[in-house]
Design a protein around this ligand. Structure first.
Ligand SMILES: *Cc1c(COP(=O)(O)O)cnc(C)c1O
Length: 448
């Protein structure tokens, strides 16, 4: 499906969900556990560009991108071609059994894209959680240390170590313990809600100070293998840390032999207008984890590490049966080409300007809008009971989402307090469609 085959306009033919989606929802309830979450009770039939067409013929505007996956869209020409070409040759051999060129080529591309003029190596797994797990394994083995530091509001996946690093109990950890040991939590700079009470402009350095004090006093810097950080929080509510936060932590890590792991699974791969969000602060991480946007819609996770760190791992210590599947590698190489050929980094920045035009005025105009955050094609509207108390208002976020969903706009919720509307369109969405989606969102927010 190319954008030409899927008309790029919103069209609501039935009430949402329509009759066919309702039938499928009934089957889903009987066959799939309720524990598997759901944002909209609408089943997809095809998709391209900024549109998802459902099984009842409704065309929805996609401002969720399958959770920040569809950087290049859900059916980019080069990705579709590369996948076809690869499946006709073979679907799998396992890179550890008989390797294939696309895996190596993708490693070369990532090694070149990750910031810093350092020798790097990459290997591939199946998901973001698995990438983070491997980063921690490498950091522990290469340092001979055990402690790992993660941050408030962090999300790093749903595997045992992933959820242990994740901050939020409900729904990610509740009942699933015991959690993995030797995981410590530090404050994250959240200028709108500075956890150490500093004014927004001082939040970055103040939180870095608090985090370093915690590491020194509660763990001991010489016991810490890795600091795992999202340079921009995704699930945590699209929080952009205050100036100074990340650079201070990066130098603390360098001074103390701690591996700095940038979890770029959500904010990376072009989403914020740079290949990696850590580039906004000139950070050169020791290890970068990728997944979501990496495979152009196909499942793949990547670990890109400094060669001197990862080369300390014994042969056979890293790998996975499906990791770096040839179809996913072909798709990822094509997705990188799409980003380059269509100038999607610049496009992400342009989408950010459109976000600002529609969303920033809401802070002044609507008392329930506590904060608006925009970094490239990643934005958040944080809803509160009132501007004074900043009391999170999750019901308002649910109301806005419900209104948008009814009108055929796919939008996601986020935030530790479930009070953030998160906007993550495919970077290939057209201006008209994006603006129409934002107008619907704006109307829903103004009617609060
Ligand atoms: C989504 C996400 C993960 C987990 O990725 P999965 O592919 O769902 O396992 C890890 N880190 C961040 C920052 C994420 O947004």
């Amino acid at each position: 499906m190319t954008s030409a085959q899927v008309p790029q306009r919103r069209e609501i033919a039935t009430s949402l969900p329509g009759p066919r989606s309702l039938e499928l929802m009934a089957r889903r309830r009987a066959a799939v556990p309720a524990g598997v979450g759901g944002t909209m009770p609408v089943f997809a039939e095809r998709a391209a560009g900024g549109i998802v067409v459902d099984v009842d013929g409704n065309s929805l505007i996609d401002l969720g991108a399958g959770i920040a996956v569809l950087t290049v869209g859900s059916s980019a020409d080069k990705v579709v071609e590369a996948v076809h070409e690869q499946v006709e040759r073979f679907t799998h051999t396992c890179f550890q059994v008989t390797p294939y060129e696309s895996y190596v080529a993708l490693a070369e591309r990532l090694n070149g894209l990750v910031p810093g003029n350092i020798e790097r190596r990459s290997f591939f797994v199946n998901s973001g959680a698995e990438a983070v797990e491997n980063a921690v394994k490498i950091a522990r083995a290469s340092t001979g240390r055990q402690a790992v530091v993660a941050f408030d509001h962090a999300f790093h996946g749903r595997t045992l170590l992933g959820m242990s690093l994740t901050s939020k109990a409900m729904p990610y950890k509740a009942g699933f313990g015991p959690l993995a040991p030797e995981v410590y939590r530090a404050p994250y700079s959240y200028p709108y809600r500075c956890p150490v009470g500093a004014p927004a402009s001082e939040c970055g350095p103040a939180c870095a100070e608090a985090a370093m004090k915690m590491m020194d006093k509660q763990i001991g810097a010489d016991r810490i293998a890795a600091l795992v950080v999202e340079p921009v929080l995704g699930e945590g509510g699209v929080v952009v840390p205050g100036e100074g936060f990340l650079p201070t932590l990066a130098s603390y890590c360098a001074d103390n032999g701690i591996i700095f792991v940038a979890d770029e699974v959500q904010a990376g791969f072009g989403r914020t207008g740079r290949w990696f969000s850590c580039e906004h602060w000139g950070i050169v991480p020791d290890i970068v984890t990728t997944a979501k946007g990496l495979g152009g819609g196909l499942p793949i996770g990547g670990v890109t590490a400094r060669a001197d760190i990862v080369d300390s791992i014994h042969p056979g210590g890293l790998g996975s049966t499906f990791g770096g599947n040839p179809v996913s590698c072909a798709a990822a190489l094509a997705a990188i080409e799409e980003v380059e050929q269509h100038g999607l980094l610049e496009r992400a920045a342009a989408i950010g300007s459109i976000f600002e035009r529609y969303l920033l005025p809401l802070v002044e105009d609507v008392p329930a809008v506590g904060d608006v955050r925009v970094i490239g094609a990643m934005a958040a509207v944080e809803l509160v009971a009132d501007g004074q108390s900043k009391l999170p208002d999750p019901a308002a976020a649910s109301k806005v989402l419900a209104r948008c969903h009814e009108e055929g706009v796919v939008l996601l919720k986020a935030g530790t307090f479930d009070n953030v509307v998160r906007i993550l369109p495919p970077l290939v969405i057209g201006d008209d469609l994006l603006q129409e989606g934002l107008e619907i969102l704006e109307k829903a927010v103004r009617s609060l």
